[in-house]
Write a protein that binds this ligand. Structure first.
Ligand code: GDP
Length: 458
């Protein structure tokens, strides 16, 4: 996501930051590069024009020219303007969901067919149910969530929501294609009230294009439900079309925000940068994987930082905290520190912890550009793949073999290789790496960090 844009912009920022003096020439050059980078990322033209004009105005202003390090100040301006462009000017809370109402807080999900509405409904339900949603910058705490589908045109859609709800562990209110959407909505509200649900998420029918019947139906649902949030789900891969569809919807329906899906598959990301400016509605969430934990709150400031190659460490840490079992991690850390025998069972536990942190790609992307580039060979799902292979090998061993790797002689290695579908060399490589790791841990026990660094050749 945003790969090219991040690459280009981080290069431009690095150059300008290093300039001792800002001249007309190097400022113009930077603006030209920024403009090209944005256009190439498929940011819509009026948005690019206005953005560049604003940066230019500030670049010539006293704040930058009078600064001790004008290059640095100019990078600051670009960051500020990017943040504003993506909705940062609406305040930190603009990208949050407001659920402060008499329960149930109703969230209406709208969008074209295939945009990712049902998947997003499930992802959002999971986030809210787990208490991970932010309210005024703090975690909202666990909520009781009910989901319902008002899509009476595709029986499969109702089934899909039912499946997703079961996967994320929230309650599903059954509906049927013989019912009217309005009746489904009323019945769901009634049920949610009587059973004290905090939040009701309503998935709706999507069409292939915007049509009057669809608009009339969703407007009617909006009237009946009186949702506190009306989210429009769009597919980032549609680029500028996504933004135009969102605009048409925002004119017909009082949207409170946009969710952009499939950013993991969209290397350009221009739609995410344009949508706020064109529709006037904040982008609240982004879909970054088809898995049900692949939804992230959208923070304009952090995203601007990321796009400029400065990484987003805050989100990285949050993601890790959300997914890691702290007690389990501490047990492992203590074991490593105490120098107790660390065996392949522990190694496997450690891998599982890493895997739980989430999609490798989405973690790597949050590192500053120079680190991400160093990890470059791991990108494009490589890290994920390697992790799965290593796990496969470990899983093909018996617990006893993992506890005593010295048992692993040739015939056992062949069995493990066959069991995990890799060549024997790969099993050997893993064992060798493991031995080195063990060696390092012994050093750690004996001589602490300094000695370990020397052992690593540092
Ligand atoms: P709906 O018709 O709008 O309800 O769309 P669905 O929820 O059925 O999603 C359509 C397809 O997009 C499914 O295959 C989803 O797995 C996929 N999808 C949804 N969101 C994302 C995302 O953020 N990333 C990726 N890679 N796929 C997604």
């Amino acid at each position: 996501m945003f790969d090219n844009l991040t690459n280009r912009l981080s290069r431009v920022m690095k150059t300008i930051r290093g300039e001792a003096r800002l001249t007309e020439a190097n400022t113009q050059e930077m603006l030209r590069e920024v403009r090209l980078a944005l256009l190439e990322a498929d940011v819509s033209l009026p948005v690019v024009r206005e953005f560049v004009a604003r940066v230019k105005e500030k670049a010539l202003g006293e704040e930058v020219a009078g600064s001790l390090s004008p290059g640095q100040a100019l990078v600051g301006v670009v960051h500020e303007e990017l943040t504003a462009l993506m909705g940062g000017d609406l305040g930190a809370q603009a990208s949050e969901l407001s659920l402060a109402t008499q329960p149930p807080a109703i969230i209406l999900m709208a969008g074209l067919q295939g945009a990712g509405k049902t998947t997003t409904t499930g992802k959002l339900a999971k986030l809210i149910n787990a208490g991970d949603l932010l309210q005024n910058g703090r975690k909202a705490g666990r909520k009781k969530v009910l989901v319902v589908s008002a899509d009476v045109y595709r029986p499969a859609a109702i089934e899909q929501l039912k499946t997703v709800a079961a996967q994320v562990g929230v309650d599903f209110f059954p509906s049927d294609i013989s019912q009217k959407p309005r009746d489904i909505a009323l019945a769901a509200i009634d049920h949610a009230k009587r059973h004290h649900y905090d939040v009701l998420l309503v998935d709706t029918a999507g069409r292939l294009g915007i049509d009057e019947a669809m608009m009339a139906e969703i407007s009617m649902l909006h009237e009946v439900l009186k949702p506190i949030e009306t989210l429009f789900v769009v597919d980032a891969m549609q680029g500028q079309d996504a933004v135009n569809v969102a605009k048409a919807f925002s004119e017909a329906l009082p949207l409170t925000g946009v969710v952009m899906t499939k950013l993991d598959g969209d290397a350009r990301g221009g739609a995410a940068l344009s949508v706020r400016h064109i529709t006037g509605k904040p982008l609240k969430f982004i879909g970054v994987s088809e898995k049900l934990d692949g939804l992230e709150a959208f923070h304009p400031e952090r995203m601007a930082q990321r796009v400029l190659g400065m990484g987003d460490i805050v989100s990285l840490v949050e993601q890790a905290q959300r997914n890691i079992d702290i007690a389990e991690a501490q047990k492992l850390a203590t074991k490593i520190k105490s120098g107790d025998r660390f065996d392949l069972n522990d190694f496997r536990d450690q891998l599982q912890q890493v895997k739980k942190m989430g999609d490798m790609g989405s973690l790597l992307e949050k590192l500053p550009a120079q680190f991400a580039q160093a990890a470059g060979q791991l990108q494009g799902g490589q890290a994920e793949k390697q992790l799965r292979r290593t796990e496969g090998i470990l899983n093909s061993m018996t617990p006893q073999e993992r506890a005593k790797p010295e048992l692993l002689k040739a015939s056992r290695k062949r069995r493990i290789a066959a069991g995990s579908g890799v060549p024997v060399q790969e099993v050997n490589k893993l064992l060798k790496q493991f031995e080195q790791m063990q060696g390092m841990m012994k050093q750690f026990k004996k001589g602490g960090m300094g000695k370990m660094m020397r052992a690593m050749g540092g």
